[in-house]
Structure formats: structure tokens, C-alpha cells
Design a binder for this molecule. Structure first.
Ligand SMILES: C[S@@+](CC[C@H](N)C(=O)[O-])C[C@H]1O[C@@H](n2cnc3c(N)ncnc32)[C@H](O)[C@@H]1O
Length: 253
């Protein structure tokens, strides 16, 4: 049985994976331009935007390149370092800073984004509502919150166990194999675990593996709706569908 996460691991769940994150994301989302494509049309031109789970920074940098005034924050120092490096490489300023959701301040922003299935790292209903309340707090009245999530109903309908990538993934000429292992708890409210390993192969057949245990607290889509309302937000649209793998919820302060 996997051990439960401690609070330190939740504050920096992505330290090891930051180096190999590119092997985990689909080709279309590797570039800033590709990452921004789904979200830019939802934002008013020139908006002040906070990406509060910035990860490697591709979305924040993509939105900055598209003319938005962007701030990027994340709980992981390694992710923030990647965001800063990408912003520098692409010649934009996204004001990268290390910040957990509960500590969000500044703004007010026209829009806050918490995407890439990040909210499931908030600990249970209390953690989720604290995070959403903090996101609402930095929005201007009428401002827009964009949250994306996995369809956890579908995930929980499956089994715990190993998923080994069906093909090698190539990034900058380096081949990697992605392996995930889900530990689904009996109850929705218990912590679930996703062990993720990226095994990189060098030209001589040597393998270097980067692995991390990611804790998460899944939620049904109705619960997300209730949590948004309890956090001072007004849900507007949801793309949830029984057979969709992921969905986007828009809400306003
Ligand atoms: C699944 S990744 C998604 C990153 C990015 N949005 C993307 O789509 O690639 C989740 C991100 O949320 C961050 N995160 C997890 N818990 C957090 C918290 N409490 N406060 C701020 N960021 C957090 C992680 O460090 C990680 O970068």
C-alpha cells in the first residue's frame, strides 16, 4: 500500500519531473504557441492574466507572446526556474514567482488560469475551496477563472495499476518511456496517488529514470461546481461529458 503524502511533498510535487516534463506533455502543447491556442480565444484582448499553476511556463509564455499581460506562479521552484528560462528565451516577461495557491495575492487580474489538471493537487474539499477562494480573491469583480480537470469519474471507474507508454517519446533527440501507476483509493475523499516515471535512454542503451509520486484528490464535476460557488465564483460553462477524458469549466467572480 502506498504511503500517504506529507505536506512537504505537496508543496513541491514536481521537483524531479520538471526536468523531464516535456516527455509527459503531448506534442501539440510543447510550444508556447500551441499551449496558448485553446485559451487565448477565451480572453479579452490585452487582459491581465495570472497562470497560477504555470508548470514549465509554456502557456504563460504563449499568452504573453499573444499580447496578454501575464503573471506566472507555481509551488515548485524547479517549475518556476523553467518558466523563467523559457520567458527569457522567448523575450517576454511573465513575472515568474514561487507561490502556493493559498498565498496568492496581487492583481486584480481579468483572468486566472488553473489548467493542466492542477487543481486535483489541492488537498480535499477544504484545500480545493481554499485554493479557489484565493484565485477568486485576486480576480477583479466579473473576472474569469478557467479550470481544467481530468474526468475523475472515468478515472475512478478504471483500475489501479501500471500504464506503460505504447511508444517511445522523442524530445530534442532523446528517447523516453513514460510509465504511470495509479493508486485509486476506495473513497473519493481519500488521497489518491499517481506514480510517474520517465525513463530516458541514451545511445548506448543506458537508462536514467526520473520518478515522482504525485498525490491528488479527485472530485466529480458536480463537486467542482459546488466548490466554485462556495468560493465566491459563478460557474458559467462546463465541457464535462460522461465520455470526455478532460473538461474545462469557466466561472466568474
Ligand atoms: C499537472 S502540472 C500542470 C502544469 C501546467 N499548467 C501544464 O498544463 O502543463 C500541475 C502544476 O501545479 C503545481 N502545483 C501543485 N500544487 C500547487 C499549489 N498548491 N500551489 C501552486 N501550484 C501548485 C505543480 O507544481 C505543477 O507545476
Amino acid at each position: 500500500m502506498a504511503s500517504p503524502p506529507d505536506s512537504a511533498s505537496i508543496l513541491d510535487v514536481y521537483g524531479t519531473l520538471a526536468a523531464v516534463y516535456d516527455w509527459l506533455v503531448p506534442d501539440a502543447l510543447l510550444t508556447p504557441e500551441g499551449s496558448a491556442q485553446a485559451f487565448a480565444p477565451l480572453l479579452e484582448p490585452g487582459s491581465r492574466v495570472l497562470d497560477c499553476a504555470a508548470g514549465t511556463g509554456t502557456l504563460a509564455v504563449g499568452l504573453a507572446l499573444a499580447g496578454f499581460e501575464v503573471t506566472a506562479s507555481d509551488a515548485s521552484p524547479e517549475m518556476i526556474a523553467r518558466t523563467r528560462a523559457l520567458a527569457d528565451a522567448r523575450g517576454v516577461d511573465v513575472r515568474p514567482h514561487l507561490r502556493v495557491w493559498a498565498d496568492l495575492h496581487g492583481g486584480p487580474y481579468d483572468a486566472v488560469l488553473c489548467v493542466g489538471n492542477s487543481l486535483a493537487h489541492a488537498q480535499g474539499r477544504r484545500g480545493r475551496r481554499a485554493a479557489l477562494t484565493a484565485m477568486a480573491r485576486v480576480l477583479r469583480p466579473g473576472g474569469l477563472l478557467l479550470v481544467t480537470a481530468r474526468n475523475w469519474e472515468r478515472v475512478r471507474a478504471g483500475q489501479s495499476g501500471l500504464e506503460v507508454g505504447e511508444r517511445l517519446v522523442e524530445r530534442d533527440g532523446v528517447l523516453g518511456l513514460v510509465i504511470r501507476s495509479w493508486t485509486l483509493a476506495d473513497q473519493w475523499t481519500e488521497p489518491h496517488l499517481l506514480d510517474t516515471a520517465v525513463a530516458l535512454l541514451d545511445g548506448e542503451g543506458r537508462v536514467t529514470t526520473h520518478a515522482e509520486r504525485l498525490p491528488f484528490w479527485p472530485f466529480p464535476h458536480e463537486t467542482l461546481d459546488a466548490d466554485l460557488r462556495a468560493s465566491g465564483l459563478r460557474p458559467e460553462t462546463s465541457s464535462w461529458a460522461p465520455d470526455a477524458d478532460r473538461y474545462l469549466v469557466t466561472s466568474r467572480r
